[in-house]
Design a protein around this ligand. Sequence first.
Ligand SMILES: Nc1ncnc2c1ncn2[C@@H]1O[C@H](COP(=O)(O)OP(=O)(O)O)[C@@H](O)[C@H]1O
Ligand SMILES: O=c1ccn([C@@H]2O[C@H](COP(=O)(O)OP(=O)(O)O)[C@@H](O)[C@H]2O)c(=O)[nH]1
Length: 236
Amino acid sequence: MRSKYQRVLLKLSGESLAGAKGTGIDTERLGQYAEQIKEIASSGVEVAIVIGGGNIFRGLSGATRGFDRVKGDQMGMLATVINSLALSSALESVGQPARVLTAINMFPIGEHYSKWKAIEALKRGEVAIIAGGTGNPFFTTDTGSALRGIEVEADVMLKGTRVDGVYTADPEKDSTATKFSEISYDEVYNRGLKVMDLTATALCKENGLPIVVFCMDTPGNLAKVIAGEPIGTLVY
Ligand SMILES: Nc1ncnc2c1ncn2[C@@H]1O[C@H](COP(=O)(O)OP(=O)(O)O)[C@@H](O)[C@H]1O
Ligand SMILES: O=c1ccn([C@@H]2O[C@H](COP(=O)(O)OP(=O)(O)O)[C@@H](O)[C@H]2O)c(=O)[nH]1
């Protein structure tokens, strides 16, 4: 497989993992993700993954229901660990070695994350799944994935989600929204586009990490992005 990138940080949405059910983990969706990831990893691309937790718990929505925000965010971070374990299991069941590294020490559920352990795993051909977000409340997994992408020196952050790119407005709410094939970090900020949170976008800008937003729910799309096909939106 032709590859534009050597090392990637793939961000997967927790909510997408729920599939049509809208909550929890859809095993069919999980298996479909595992196959797509195996396809690129077995062609030699080094793959680090950060996965969200929105299919299980979000701290902010917990706070609106009376939960303490910090405890709610800790619940959200644990949700990302559950999703990471599920993904590592799905990868191993299709023959793709994977290792879970956690932002907070919770050995033996995963190994405590460090940049060097992640890179060691990548060089061995294992998919490094970096769980628990940044380890801090008041952040998102988008910011966690920007942070880890920069730390592990990825060539690009691939945001695999339910929509096929960045639009002039949320395409799930505004049917007249149009898609950008590419857009600068500053324009995302100036237009107030909500496809990623601003902390994540700012971190990527400051550290020169390009982002590709694409639809992960269509099988084969991940390999197309890796091959440099112009699907999705490049944020640079
Ligand atoms: N300008 C925009 N362009 C594309 N998607 C947008 C935009 N504004 C908001 N979104 C929303 O962002 C979502 C993608 O973010 P993601 O973090 O994967 O979702 P979630 O937070 O629901 O897990 C899309 O499903 C879409 O509804
Ligand atoms: O560094 C982090 C990353 C995540 N979270 C919590 O984990 C939840 C799940 O992550 P996110 O909403 O980013 O998941 P996604 O939208 O990708 O499913 C968030 O709502 C936060 O409560 C956090 O507190 N710190």
